[in-house]
Design a protein around this ligand. Structure first.
Ligand SMILES: *Cc1c(COP(=O)(O)O)cnc(C)c1O
Length: 352
C-alpha cells in the first residue's frame, strides 16, 4: 500500500479546544467547515461532541452530514442559505442560519417555521464581503425580532486582518460593530482564531475557532499553546546517489553541487502537497530535518538524505511535530489553511 498517511490526533483536537475556550472564556464554536479543514468533519465533530458548545460549517450539506452521523450540538451555517428553499431543511435539522443580506432575511421571515430558530445576524463591520452595513443593522435586527419564530439573535461580524497584529483595522471593526449594535440586546460573536489568541476586546459570548483548533498558528509561526492535530508522513521508497552537477526532476530546476544521496518519497501535488513548495521546503526524515530538492511531481517528490541516515523505508514527515505546516506554507507562498484543505488521497488514521 502507498505509505502516505495523515495521522489525526483527536486528543490534540480536544486539548486545543479546551485551551482556546479557556483563553476566550464564554462559549466557543468549533469551526469544522470544509471537512474540518481537511481533517475529517464527522470524526472531529464526534471527538469534540461532549466538549463543544457548538459547531460551525459553511453550508447546509455539511451540517446535514453531521446531524445524520448523530451530532446533536448546535450547528451554525456561517454563510446562511444559498436558496430560500433551504430554510425547510434548517427547520427540520434544527440548525442556526446566518443571515447576511436582505433576501436571506426576507426568506427567513416568510418561511413557515415549525420550530423556533436561532439566527446569527451578520454585520459588515469593514470586511465588505457579506453582512448588513452598521447603519442598516438595527433595521434587520428589528425585522427578525418581530418574527415570532425567531427565538434568539446572535449578533456577529468577521475580521479581515486579525492575523496581522499591527493592523489597526481590527480595532476599527470592533468599534463599528459596537456602534451598529447599540441598544440591541442579545449575544455577540466576533473572534476567529487570531482574535481569540490576540484580541481580548473581541471576546464576546461566542468565539469561533478554526485554524487554531487544528493546532496551527494563524500568525505563520508556532504557538506553544497549541498542538498540531495533523501529522502527514510518507516513506522513502527509492534511493540513489547522484554525482555533482546532476539535475533532478521535472524542468531540471535543481542541480546537485556535490555528490548527493536522494530519497524518493510517495507524496506529490495530487495529494495536496503544494507544488510551489519545491527545492528548500522542509521535511523531517526519522525526526531529523532535511529538505525537498527539485520540483514536486504529481505522486512523488525527492529529498536530500543525510549520509548518516538510513534511506529506503525511512519515515518522512511532511508536516506535524518537527516541521510546522506554516513553514511549508511559506515555502509555497500560501497559507496553512489552503494546504490543510487540499490534503487528499492519504490514508487517514485517527488516534483518540
Ligand atoms: C472560517 C470562519 C471562522 C474560522 O476562522 P479561523 O481563522 O480558521 O479561526 C470564523 N468565522 C467565520 C465567519 C468563518 O467563516
Amino acid at each position: 500500500m502507498r505509505p502516505l498517511q495523515a495521522e489525526i490526533r483527536l486528543d490534540y483536537l480536544r486539548y486545543n479546544y479546551q485551551t482556546l475556550k479557556n483563553i476566550h472564556g464564554n462559549k466557543l464554536l468549533a469551526v469544522i467547515k470544509a471537512n474540518a479543514y481537511g481533517h475529517g468533519a464527522v470524526r472531529c465533530a464526534h471527538a469534540l461532541a461532549d466538549l463543544a458548545d457548538g459547531f460551525a460549517v459553511a453550508a447546509l450539506e455539511e451540517a446535514v452530514e453531521l446531524r445524520e452521523s448523530g451530532i446533536g450540538n448546535p450547528i451554525v451555517l456561517l454563510e446562511g442559505v444559498f436558496d430560500v428553499a433551504e430554510y425547510a431543511h434548517i427547520d427540520k435539522y434544527k440548525l442556526w442560519p446566518a443571515v447576511g443580506n436582505q433576501w436571506q432575511l426576507e426568506g427567513l421571515v416568510h418561511h413557515e417555521w415549525r420550530n423556533p430558530v436561532t439566527v446569527w445576524l451578520k454585520m459588515d463591520s469593514g470586511m465588505h464581503r457579506a453582512g448588513f452595513f452598521p447603519h442598516n443593522y438595527a433595521a434587520a435586527y428589528t425585522a427578525l425580532r418581530q418574527c415570532k419564530h425567531v427565538a434568539d439573535i446572535v449578533k456577529f461580524s468577521h475580521f479581515a486582518c486579525a492575523d496581522e497584529p499591527e493592523n489597526g483595522m481590527t480595532e476599527m471593526q470592533v468599534e463599528a460593530f459596537d456602534l451598529g449594535c447599540e441598544g440591541l440586546v442579545g449575544e455577540e460573536s466576533l473572534a476567529n482564531s487570531p482574535a481569540v489568541l490576540n484580541v481580548p476586546e473581541a471576546y464576546r459570548d461566542w468565539g469561533r475557532v478554526g485554524l487554531a483548533l487544528y493546532g496551527v498558528s494563524p500568525f505563520g509561526s508556532t504557538d506553544e499553546r497549541l498542538k498540531p492535530v495533523m501529522r502527514l508522513t510518507s516513506r522513502v521508497f527509492g534511493e540513489r546517489v547522484l554525482q555533482p552537477h546532476s539535475p533532478i526532476g521535472y524542468g531540471a530546476t535543481f542541480y546537485t553541487s556535490k555528490s548527493t544521496r536522494v530519497g524518493l518519497i510517495a507524496c506529490g501535488y495530487a495529494d495536496g502537497y503544494p507544488r510551489r513548495a519545491s527545492t528548500g521546503s522542509p521535511v523531517a526524515i526519522e525526526g531529523k530535518r532535511s529538505r525537498v530538492i527539485g520540483r514536486v511531481s504529481m505522486d512523488m517528490m525527492t529529498v536530500e538524505l543525510d549520509a548518516a541516515q538510513e534511506g529506503l523505508g525511512c519515515e518522512v514527515e511532511l508536516w506535524g511535530d518537527t516541521v510546522n505546516i506554516n513553514e511549508v506554507a511559506e515555502a509555497a507562498g500560501t497559507i496553512a489553511y489552503e494546504i490543510l484543505c487540499n490534503v487528499k488521497r492519504a490514508k487517514f488514521t485517527y488516534y483518540e
